[in-house]
Ligand binder design. Structure first.
Ligand code: SAH
Length: 254
């Protein structure tokens, strides 16, 4: 009596960012699993049961949802943004790879959502208009040394860098350290965008430069975009500037 498991992206904020596909998947679920604040964004419907959990419990949450689906019913796991970007989709795949054989036989679907870097970029122009990469600064699941090496490589190779998880309560200093590393490889005037709680009522988007960027401007709901040598800021009278990375790149400078 096997059921289904759907891993659903809620987008970055309010329901305008929820795709019709994600909405349908949520409506047809009997049980919803997720990090408590994300689950709180989904109204409880009569027949549904919510199973909120803490954000450090991704593996346990994936296992619980898979076990539930194996017993029958339509189970959904919700993620903020896109479930495939530093979120639950990979945790579910890891659990299926290492878990009981029955989990491999389940119908599992992944419903994409608008990830934070795209929502922030759209607020300000086109900072991701040319080659870019995304990096999580969380060192829960990888050593800080590796994060540092990847930042150095990304900046040296000319990628715009979207930084997820810049800070957390347990990681107060890493983002400042990351800015220091980037300053050694990029010009002081490199544009930096801080997008805080984009798509929510307390949204704030600030544009600054790498030399003026202050680590204290970022919190757990901030996505930071650090430009490349090509990224430009277009001032506009009476309007916020546009930040964009041109479609053509001349050369990669280390
Ligand atoms: N799966 C999510 C990312 C989870 S990691 C996604 O695709 O967006 C959590 C990090 O995402 C936060 O620390 C922050 O860097 C970023 N983030 C999530 N929602 C955001 C929002 N509304 N505004 C800005 N950044 C956000």
């Amino acid at each position: 009596m096997s059921g289904t498991l759907t891993v659903v992206g809620l987008g970055p904020g309010d329901r305008r960012y929820l795709t019709p596909d994600a909405d349908e998947a949520i409506n047809s679920a009997d049980a919803l699993y997720g990090y408590a604040p994300y689950l709180a964004r989904v109204p409880v419907r009569g027949h549904q049961i919510h199973y909120p959990s803490d954000n450090r419990e991704e593996a346990a949450r994936a296992a619980a949802a898979l076990a539930h689906a194996t017993c029958g019913g339509n189970v959904a796991i919700v993620s903020g943004g896109d479930p495939g970007v530093f979120a639950m989709a990979a945790a579910v795949c890891e659990a299926i790879e290492t878990g009981p054989e029955a989990w491999r036989a389940l119908d599992v679907m992944f419903i994409p959502g608008v990830t934070a870097m795209l929502a922030v970029a759209a607020r300000i122009g086109a900072p991701l208009g040319h080659d870019f990469c995304a990096l999580s600064l969380s060192d829960n699941l990888k050593p800080w040394e590796l994060i540092g090496r990847r930042l150095d490589a990304a900046a040296s190779a000319g990628f715009v860098v979207a930084i997820y998880n810049p800070v957390s309560r347990a990681r107060p200093w890493q983002f400042g350290n990351a800015l220091g590393r980037l300053r050694r490889r990029l010009p002081p005037s490199t544009p930096v965008v801080f997008g805080h709680a984009v798509g929510r009522s307390d949204e704030r988007v600030d544009v600054t430069t790498l030399d003026a960027a202050d680590g204290k401007n970022a919190d757990m709901a901030t996505l930071v975009i650090v430009g490349s040598r090509e990224t430009r800021v277009v001032a506009r009278p009476g309007k916020p500037p546009l930040v964009y990375t041109p479609r053509a790149a001349v050369e990669v400078s280390a």
